[in-house]
Design a protein around this ligand. Structure first.
Ligand code: KIV
Length: 274
């Protein structure tokens, strides 16, 4: 999406994403988990910041997203929402906080919006959560869907595997995405889906698709920011590293340690004379 240059900053809202698709403008989305990073990504013009439950395996030291709690999501979403001026802030509903019923999804979403300041929520699943999406969207809560590889179901899916391979699976995936659109979702994430299948879903849907490992034909793209900026020592094949923040941080810490030990820092310039 193009930023409105020269005019006062305009907050990205869900209908702007639909307009971007109609105009053929691509939507950019990154995850964010804390205030300083959110501010930088927002000022860089990122359209959507996702407080993903990927906070679990990227920030909190878990190996999957499964242990992430609603409290974790409220805490991190509040930090991000408070720092952002333009981007749409979407918060993930973590594992176990929405699946049981539309009412459970509603209660969790209300917390993320009222207590943490999220502008919208995202949760995983297709037809099985269409009723949930319908209740939320009809009560003022914008919902982003998420189909394809859904990390919270990793144990059922048999690991991190591409979804929608083969005609039948591709048809099921398309039907899931259509069900989310019909239930009122404003966009759908397609994760680890063959590029031709993602292109087909993008063509069929009126709402934007946001790809991650889903090829170049989606209406938008999302990456986990630590994969994009090179903070992790490993990145998935579908991610591109635009920086090596981890290496830069390591070099800064080594230089600091050396100067402190060598009494080169602090100097008078960093001291108060009185
Ligand atoms: O939690 C997350 O980071 C996500 C993205 C991978 C879409 O859901």
């Amino acid at each position: 999406m193009s930023e409105s240059s020269g005019t006062p900053l305009r907050r990205v809202r869900v209908h702007h994403l639909r307009q971007a698709k109609e105009r053929g403008e691509r939507i950019t989305m990154l995850t964010a988990y804390d205030a300083p990073t959110a501010r930088i990504l927002d000022e860089a013009g990122t359209d959507v910041l996702l407080v993903g439950d990927s906070v679990g395996d990227n920030m909190l030291g878990h190996t999957t997203t499964v242990p992430v709690t609603v409290e974790d999501m409220v805490h991190h979403t509040r930090a991000v929402a408070g720092a952002v001026r333009r981007a749409l802030v979407v918060a993930d509903l973590p594992f176990g906080s929405y699946e049981a019923s539309p009412q459970q999804a509603h209660a969790t979403s209300v917390r993320l919006m009222k207590e943490a300041g999220a502008h919208a929520v995202k949760f995983e699943g297709g037809r099985r959560v269409a009723e949930h999406v319908h209740l939320l969207t009809s009560t003022g809560i914008p919902v982003m869907g998420h189909v394809g590889f859904t990390p919270q179901s990793e144990n059922v899916l048999g690991g991190k595997r591409v979804q929608g391979r083969g005609d039948e699976a591709a048809q099921r995936l398309t039907e899931d995405a259509v069900a989310l659109q019909e239930a009122g979702a404003f966009a759908v994430v397609l994760e680890m889906v063959p590029a031709p299948v993602a292109a087909r879903v993008t063509e069929v849907l009126a709402i934007p698709t946001i790809g991650i490992g889903a090829g170049p034909e989606c209406d938008g793209q999302v990456l986990v920011w630590t994969d994009m900026a090179g903070l992790s020592d490993w990145s998935p094949r579908f991610a591109k590293r635009y920086a090596e923040i981890g290496a830069t941080l390591g070099a800064a810490a080594r230089a600091y340690n050396e100067e402190v030990r060598g009494r080169a820092f602090p100097t008078e310039a960093h001291s108060f004379a009185e």
